[in-house]
Ligand binder design. Structure first.
Ligand code: WT7
Length: 657
């Protein structure tokens, strides 16, 4: 989004909102920032004592002796599940509802903190019975469910490191992750329900394990969700059978603060997805803290983050942050457009949701749906319970922001546009609802204690009003610790030599407003696309395409702006047969889309596929992606094409849509 699109109007929080807020007014915000500036370690140590219950208190705060492999609170001992569950029961919240689960078909189940603790203990005991030990990796491939959250908490309880794989990923993607993580156990369900349809999960696990290379996996633990027909193997175990014999108490495994709580795979600009490794202590601190401050969370709130537990948002703002605060939250199995596009609004009304956190792509598709079918417009529902709205995953364009603000928030609820990443673990740049005046399209200012800045390629600060690359100048507690099994890639990706390894490189471009200093994210600076808030590496899609060796000789993938999904995937493909046109081109394009869905998952399917006799290349054979980006956008080529080996190809590709 260009800054000229940025609206000039400031939305100032009401006096009542400011007065009641945890961080009350800009003065309070600035004071926190100053506290962090003056004594960085002291600031984080104070909060780590306030937000985390330690079995053994830490005496060291930040250890930067082996930068960029930073350690936080390293001699402290804790258990994350204890902090999310037992602590709430011990403090008198045992009968408070922790999770309001709504299934795809609208059935509602309520689980109290006491029940959630018991479920977690039983599952943790079950994992131990299956031989899962501290430090083992467990892959979770589950639908949105109470059991999915319990599986994560149960791993945390026994010190196993979980790696949740989104249920939309293919067998191939699942296998790569199981293999890279060296998992000993896969937890899955027979099937999942989405939009009234039964979709396979267990069958995909079987397929993934059948591909070989996953010898570390001893068992597959299966939650019965639909009762659908599935194949059964010697390694398979029913979850309900294991749970039936387990005690409802389970001594937590006390781990040190740096113990890896989870790995979460995400796309980079090159190579295979990387296993982002997170810690226990520092991660929990910022999950808990940001849930409380960014959403101004109060005991009586009903919190709803619509993300899937397969993404980092579902880790920090479903599985950990809300529970660490003893909040009541919604867990939703279904999709926003089924049975119709009023589903979210109906659920907010029914459950009296007060804090609602979703993605711009969902908002944009619901705007479209409401235009097509006015019965699904939010004005048909009572949304007066809402207090705070949130946005995450991609830049929110001002038009969508305004619609969300007026039609969902009734022009009364602050919108927190939260910028962060899988790697950052928690919000980095975001408004605080009782403090920050809002500007549509801007994620505003850093969370107190986060040293975000915009710099040039050499790492020098650029003046406000000038674009540059987004960096974080100091390590923070919930940051990525390493890439699982590849510390060199961690260093190269996030602490590159260009900045003498001093700053964390986010991979996004940004600009700060000349007057307010507010940040606006201008998009990725690497070959990573953001499609509906999902991160996709262009190289990953390219290798999926060329792995279709029967058809594809060569492929190049770029992004182009899309009204609904933010960015859309465009593939330029050279086939091993003459360039197809008309119906034949359509047919092959569909085949290739299905192929990519099978290789990676449906979210990676290219929207546009264009066929050419060749790709635009320099004389040295390098594909000129910037030209492809222009063609994908339907722009005239104004760039210099003199280094191009085969200029005629541009014309052909431009017409091949
Ligand atoms: C990338 C991280 C953050 C959790 C979900 C996505 C983009 C994220 C915003 C925002 C503009 C945003 C960035 C970032 N992004 N939030 N509020 N405004 N861009 O996590 O899959 O790790 O993707 O999403 O490009 O680098 P992720």
């Amino acid at each position: 989004m260009s800054t000229s699109e940025q609206a000039n109007q400031l939305y100032v929080p009401s006096d009542a909102t400011v007065k009641a807020a945890h961080v009350s007014g800009m003065e309070a915000y600035r004071k926190l920032c100053e506290e962090a500036e003056a004594d960085y370690e002291g600031y984080w140590a104070r909060l780590a004592k306030e937000f985390v219950t330690w079995k053994q208190p830490f005496t060291k705060v930040l250890n930067d002796s082996n930068a960029p492999f930073f350690k936080w609170f390293e001699d402290g001992l804790l258990n994350v599940s204890y902090n999310c569950l037992d602590r709430n029961v011990e403090q008198g919240r045992g009968d408070k509802v922790a999770i309001i689960f709504e299934s795809d078909d609208g059935q509602v189940t309520r689980v109290t903190y006491r029940e959630l603790l018991e479920k977690t203990c039983r599952m943790a005991n079950g994992l131990r019975e299956l031989g899962v030990k501290k430090g083992d990796r467990v892959v979770i491939y589950m639908p949105m469910s109470v059991e999915g959250v319990v599986a994560m908490q149960a791993c945390a309880r026994i010190g196993a490191t979980h790696s949740v794989v989104f249920g939309g990923f293919s067998a191939q993607s699942l296998r790569d992750r199981i293999q890279d993580a060296g998992a000993v156990l896969v937890i899955t369900a027979d099937e999942q329900m989405r939009g009234g349809k039964q979709l396979p999960l267990k069958a995909i696990v079987d397929e993934a394990l059948g591909m070989g290379g996953c010898d570390t996996v001893r068992n597959v633990l299966v939650y019965r969700r639909t009762g659908g027909n599935i194949a059964w193997n010697a390694r398979d175990v029913w979850l309900h059978e294991v749970l039936a014999k387990q005690a409802t108490t389970c001594e937590p495994e006390w781990v040190d603060a740096e113990h890896p709580l989870f790995l979460l795979y995400t796309s980079g600009s090159t190579g295979k997805p990387k296993g982002v490794q997170h810690s226990s202590g520092g991660y929990l601190l910022q999950a808990a803290l940001s849930t409380k401050w960014t959403f101004d969370l109060k005991p009586e709130d009903v919190f709803w983050c619509t993300a899937d537990i397969g993404w980092v948002t579902g880790h920090t703002y479903i599985a950990y942050g809300p529970l660490a605060n003893g909040a009541t939250q919604i867990v939703f199995e279904g999709v926003p457009t089924w049975p119709d596009a009023g589903r979210f609004w109906k659920m907010i009304q029914q459950h009296k949701v007060t804090i609602f956190y979703t993605a711009p792509t969902a908002i944009r598709s619901l705007i479209k749906a409401a235009e097509a079918n006015p019965a699904t417009h939010p004005r048909n529902y009572d949304l007066s319970s809402l207090r705070i709205l949130g946005s995450v995953g991609e830049p929110i364009n001002p038009a969508a922001w305004e619609w969300y603000y007026r039609n969902v928030g009734g022009s009364r609820c602050p919108i927190v546009d939260t910028w962060w990443q899988t790697e950052t673990g928690a919000h980095m740049i975001t408004p605080l609802p009782g403090a920050t005046p809002l500007v549509p399209g801007s994620c505003t200012l850093p969370f107190p204690g986060i040293m975000a800045a915009v710099v040039d390629e050499t790492g020098a600060d650029v003046p406000n009003g000038q674009g540059g690359v987004l960096v974080i100048k100091k390590p923070w507690p919930s940051m990525i610790r390493t890439i699982w099994g590849d510390p060199e890639r961690f260093k190269k990706s996030y602490y590159p030599a260009d900045f003498q390894g001093r700053y964390y490189l986010a991979g996004d471009g940004a600009v700060r407003d000349a007057n307010t200093g507010y940040f606006t994210i201008t998009g990725r600076i690497d070959d990573v696309l953001n499609v509906s808030g999902h991160r996709m590496g262009t190289m990953e899609i390219e290798s999926a395409l060329v792995s279709c060796t029967e058809l594809v000789a060569e492929a190049a993938v770029v992004g182009r702006p899309d009204e609904t999904t933010g960015e859309a995937i465009c593939a330029f493909v050279v086939l091993k047969r003459p360039r197809p046109t008309g119906e034949e081109a359509k047919k092959i394009a569909d085949e290739l889309r299905a192929w990519v869905a099978k290789e990676i998952g449906p979210i990676a399917k290219p929207k546009d596929i264009r066929f050419g006799d060749n790709l635009p290349k320099t004389r040295s054979g390098k594909i000129m992606r910037r030209l492809l980006r222009s063609i994908a956008r339907g722009e005239q080529i104004t760039q210099d094409t003199s280094t191009l080996e085969n200029p005629a190809i541009l014309e052909q590709l431009a017409q091949s849509n």
